[in-house]
Design a protein around this ligand. Structure first.
Ligand code: CO
Length: 293
């Protein structure tokens, strides 16, 4: 068969297109597969609470021994505060840029947040944008935060309820979630409240910034006629909110409000990430993402 002029120009076009799509190969640079995990937490300003990040890293390393592990923190306020103390922490965007620069081809980002709220959606959006950059990652995927399915909620609630040392069956339990007044994912706390109630009618969820405030819970506690209330954070880290807004001595803390209302209070200063079984729920989400590489 004779090649016509038309067919020849078509072949040239196809060849050019292949070259441009395969930019790296065309320049003789073959990318070797390099995988990384980016652990992303809100961050904490409380030094002793930061130890939990080392434990998460250790558990992650055990589960995924052959993958590079890095950290990033979503709270600008906390990054700025720690920078003043000489601790330079990356934002997720800085960490992703560094990973790209260091030639990583596959990145699994784990959101160590509690609900898929604002922080998670921003992280997800920016990771997708990084994924679209030419000459960068082959794949970047974001693993979901802690409470992302009914099963997650049941698992986490079950573990938290089993870890209230000294509690008698008649004592009430009040979990403090963060909550948000400007994201629909705040509804997850209402769902969690339901899950706890099914396990034990004396267990409730309240939030610092969401719809379920301590005031909305007081009438429910009253109905129980409980004398003692256990306060437990439902946040990854027992940081500033847990220490001050929940268990602090200031008049507005949950502890003070409950004491004023005639209850005895006991606070458990452990975050959800303090329990290896709960960290395992996060790592399961990471496993799901890594299975796509
Ligand atoms: Co807060």
């Amino acid at each position: 068969m004779k090649l016509t002029k038309h067919m020849l120009s078509l072949l040239v076009m196809v060849a050019l297109l292949c070259c441009s799509l395969n930019g790296f190969a065309a320049h003789g640079e073959k990318k070797t597969e390099k995988k990384a995990i980016l652990l992303v937490a809100f961050g904490t300003s409380v030094p002793e609470a930061r130890k939990v990040f080392d434990k998460i890293e250790e558990q992650t390393r055990k589960a995924f021994s052959d993958v590079e592990i890095r950290w990033a923190f979503t709270s600008k306020m906390i990054r700025a505060k720690l920078a003043k103390e000489g601790m330079m922490l990356d934002s997720p965007e800085t960490a992703m840029a560094r990973l790209m620069n260091d030639g990583f081809t596959h990145v699994a980002v784990l959101s160590l947040h509690t609900i898929p709220g604002e922080e998670f959606h921003e992280l997800n959006q920016n990771a997708q944008l990084f994924g679209q950059m030419a000459g960068g990652f082959e794949k970047i995927l974001v693993a979901r935060p802690l409470l992302s399915s009914a099963k997650d909620m049941e698992t986490v609630a079950g573990i938290l309820m089993k870890n209230i040392p000294g509690r008698k069956p008649e004592d009430a339990v009040l979990f403090m979630g963060h909550g948000t007044g400007h994201h629909p994912a705040d509804a997850i706390y209402l769902a969690m409240n339901q899950v706890f109630q099914e396990i034990d009618p004396r267990a409730f969820v309240g939030t610092v910034e969401g719809k379920l405030t301590i005031e909305t819970l007081l009438p429910k506690l009253k109905q129980l006629k409980a004398k003692k209330v256990y306060l437990v954070p439902m946040m990854s880290v027992a940081g500033d909110h847990a220490k001050n807004d929940m268990a602090g001595d200031e008049p507005e803390s949950w502890k003070s409000v409950l004491i004023r209302n005639g209850y005895q209070c006991e606070s458990i200063l452990k975050g959800t990430a303090d329990y290896p079984e709960i960290v395992e729920v996060w790592l399961d989400h990471l496993r799901t993402v890594l299975a796509h590489f």
